[in-house]
Structures are given as structure tokens and as C-alpha cells.
Design a protein. Structure first.
Length: 157
């Protein structure tokens, strides 16, 4: 028996949720690698602070990648794992080792803006499909990301 049958979710209605989650998964993978690049290449007076913060950020994104992939499986979809395929779908672009602390933090803000917008789209699709679990997951993501926006803006002020 299919998961959607047991979950009482309509495959047609859930299609928009699955498409959104696939897009988010691709963008999270790109964001993860961009954060790794920031972490590896940070220099300057804020090195110790930013090195640790970038690591914290990419560990957080790695957890989100796993949660999104597992949700796709719960919705009878197969998450993509090939980076070459993820790059075809991602709206985010790979960054080339920004090492300036201001550039790195602005990259985080720019990325969060994209992710937050996508997650709000997924919430709308999930609500339409009566998919409370995906709605809750995206809401949880937003809680942390909106706090990160505030903190990064405070750092840049």
C-alpha cells in the first residue's frame, strides 16, 4: 500500500508540495556547499567567530536536507541525490569562496530570502493539500531562519 493512501493525502493535490520540496532540496544542497566554502575560506579578524558560525549553519542545513528528503519519501516521491541533477533544478547558484566577512554574511541573507520565499510557497501548497506535517516542518524551518535573518542583520549593522 502506498504511503499517500494510508496518510489519506490526494496524489494530485500533493504534487505541488512534492515539486516545492524537490526545489527546496536542490537549493539546500547548494546552500550547504556554499556554507562549506565560507567555512573553509574565511579570513580576518572575525575568523574564529565566523568559522564556528558557518559550521553551525551548514550543520543546520544538513539536518534540513535530511528532513526534506525523508518527507519526500513519506509522500511517495524519491529525493534526488545526484548533485549534477540538483544543480539543474536549484535556483541558488554555487558561490566561489567568498572570504570577506561582509560578503559571506550578505550571501547568507540573500540565500535565506530565497529559502524563506520557497518555504512559504510550500506551506501554501501543503495547506491546500491538507498536508499538516509539511506545513509544520516548513513553519519550523521559518522560525530558525527568521531568527538568523535578525542575527545576521545585527552582525552587519
Amino acid at each position: 500500500m502506498k504511503n499517500l493512501d494510508v496518510l489519506a493525502l490526494d496524489k494530485t493535490k500533493i504534487e505541488g508540495v512534492v515539486n516545492g520540496l524537490n526545489q527546496l532540496l536542490a537549493d539546500l544542497h547548494v546552500y550547504y556547499m556554499n556554507l562549506r566554502g565560507l567555512h573553509w575560506n574565511v579570513k580576518g579578524k572575525s575568523f574564529f567567530q565566523l568559522h564556528a558560525e558557518y559550521e553551525n549553519q551548514y550543520n543546520n542545513v544538513a539536518e534540513k536536507i535530511d528532513e526534506v528528503a525523508e518527507r519526500l519519501l513519506q509522500l511517495d516521491s524519491k529525493p534526488e541525490n545526484r548533485f549534477s541533477e540538483l544543480l539543474k533544478v536549484a535556483t541558488l547558484k554555487e558561490e566561489n569562496n567568498k572570504v570577506n566577512e561582509v560578503e559571506g554574511m550578505k550571501l547568507i541573507l540573500d540565500t535565506l530570502k530565497v529559502l524563506i520565499a520557497k518555504e512559504r510557497e510550500i506551506i501554501a501548497a501543503a495547506e491546500e493539500a491538507n498536508d499538516e506535517v509539511t506545513t509544520a516542518m516548513m513553519s519550523d524551518f521559518l522560525v530558525g531562519q527568521e531568527k538568523s535573518v535578525w542575527m545576521v542583520n545585527a552582525y552587519l549593522a
